[in-house]
Design a protein around this ligand. Structure first.
Ligand code: HAM
Length: 425
């Protein structure tokens, strides 16, 4: 009987060797940048109480309404696989009373998130985010720094086909005035809105503004701009952000339709959009959420952050600059049992010394082993047979120049370390 192969869950994916090198490269680039700007890593759990996300992201958002992986555990607690990191980091900041020691904190975290969306290119049910958050800074410099960091990260990864879209979503003082103005046009537009927008119209009216359905776009074309309704403080904040971005040479567009899919935002909201990904145009998104920490039971504390869609970023980087896998510096071709045992010992010592070594662990002909060394693109091959061992000399062959030389078996590891002189780890 042929048992059915078990496949991975729809919308989930494996990141395989060949891709992981690129992921590590992106991760290292991001971490270096964050650390240089004073961000510290925080690692938060993959699961939280459902209530945390319901209260922060918002009951009426797509994420909370229909995309969360929520279940009751065996003790009856309602738990959710995190759909994003911001709420979790706020929870941690409050729980550990971080504000009491120093309210100003900069964090980053990298890891998987879960949303049960309809899978397609660039949209997965388990996806990864590179997330950064600043707590305790109300000044617009925090907003500017984060958008600047995104620009710098993308530059360092040679991702150029992107634009920063920025908007202000106002604050509890000015947003109600905008909502009232919006309500009027929504009533007129109602007959032309899609079913989702009809539902959003009363419960989450701002979301109608960024619906991509052409009928809704057309019906909302005459909608007022939130930027015309900002209070003085929000207007000054927003103009400092845009003026300074321009001074720093960060390209951006003011996008009055940008509202974001999570409810916690206030003031600056932004997305990095790209033409490189088809329908999934946002490669990063973020914004200010000055009321969230307090609404979760913490102190009144301004905050702002972003998350990069790691999978989407990796797809763009892979298309522009595929990363070569690192070939082993040395392949050891051993002939016969004794030689293979000796070779294995050497390979462990060389590995510990930071030299990439490969060998075959089974008995194979020299031809097969040379073929393998070629396939791996090894720089050099050490040929070890019983007769070489007996003579106390082995052969080191340079695969590029096809030259070879003999080296003494005595102190072989030391000699090879000198030859390969790896960079200090
Ligand atoms: P978000 O816009 O929901 O924001 O997600 C940020 C980014 O994650 C998106 O721009 C996208 O690149 C990626 N992403 C989202 N869903 C998927 C998916 N199903 N598959 C692949 N990639 C996806 C947030 O999550 C906020 N927590 C960002 C933030 C941080 N705001 C303040 N601080």
């Amino acid at each position: 009987m042929n048992p059915t192969n078990i496949q991975l869950i729809r919308g989930f994916k494996d990141i395989l060797p060949g891709e992981t090198e690129l992921w590590q490269h992106i991760e290292r680039t991001a971490i270096t940048l964050f650390e240089d700007f004073g961000y510290r890593e925080i690692r938060i759990p993959i699961m939280e109480k459902t209530e945390l996300f319901a209260r922060s992201i918002g009951e009426d958002t797509d994420i909370v309404e229909k995309e969360m992986y929520t279940f009751a555990d065996r003790g009856g607690d309602l738990l959710t696989l995190r759909p994003e990191a911001t709420a979790c980091i706020c929870r941690s900041y409050i729980q550990h009373k971080m504000a009491a020691q120093d309210p100003v904190r900069k964090f980053y975290t990298i890891g998987p998130m879960f949303r049960r969306e309809r899978p397609q290119k660039g949209r997965y049910r388990q996806f990864y985010q590179i997330d950064a958050e600043i707590f305790g800074i109300a000044a617009p410099f925090a907003d500017i720094e984060l958008i600047f960091l995104l620009r710098t990260l993308f530059d360092r990864l040679n991702v150029t086909d992107t634009t920063a879209h920025v908007n202000s979503l106002g604050c509890p003082v000015c947003r109600p005035r905008f909502k009232a103005a919006l309500a009027q046009i929504l009533d007129q537009a109602a007959p032309h809105l899609c079913a989702d927008c009809l539902r959003r119209k009363d419960r989450n009216p701002l979301r109608v503004l960024d619906c991509k359905v052409p009928g809704c776009r057309k019906a909302m074309a005459g909608a007022p701009s939130i930027l015309d309704y900002l209070c003085d403080d929000c207007r000054t904040h927003f103009s400092t952000v845009t003026d300074t971005l321009a001074k720093l040479g960060v390209p951006f567009e003011i996008d009055k339709q940008l509202v974001r899919g999570l409810d916690y935002y206030t003031r600056t909201a932004f997305e990095i959009q790209t033409g490189a990904l088809g329908a999934q145009s946002a490669v990063a998104g973020g914004g200010r959420y000055d009321g969230l920490i307090e609404s979760l039971g913490g102190p009144a504390m301004p905050a702002i952050g972003f998350a990069v869609g790691f999978d989407r970023l990796a797809e763009i980087v892979a298309a522009t600059a595929p990363l070569a896998t690192r070939p082993p510096a040395l392949f050891i071709a051993a002939l016969g049992d004794t030689a293979r045992r000796q070779a294995f010992e050497w390979s462990t010592a060389l590995g510990v010394a930071g030299i990439g070594v490969s060998m075959l662990y089974e008995d194979r002909s020299l031809k097969a082993q040379m073929k393998q060394a070629n396939r791996l693109n090894a720089g050099q091959v050490l040929i070890v047979g019983e007769s070489e061992l007996a003579a106390g000399q082995v052969v080191l062959r340079d695969m590029a120049s096809k030259t070879q030389r003999e080296i003494p078996v005595t102190a072989l590891v030391k000699t090879l370390i000198e030859i390969f002189s790896p960079a200090p780890v």
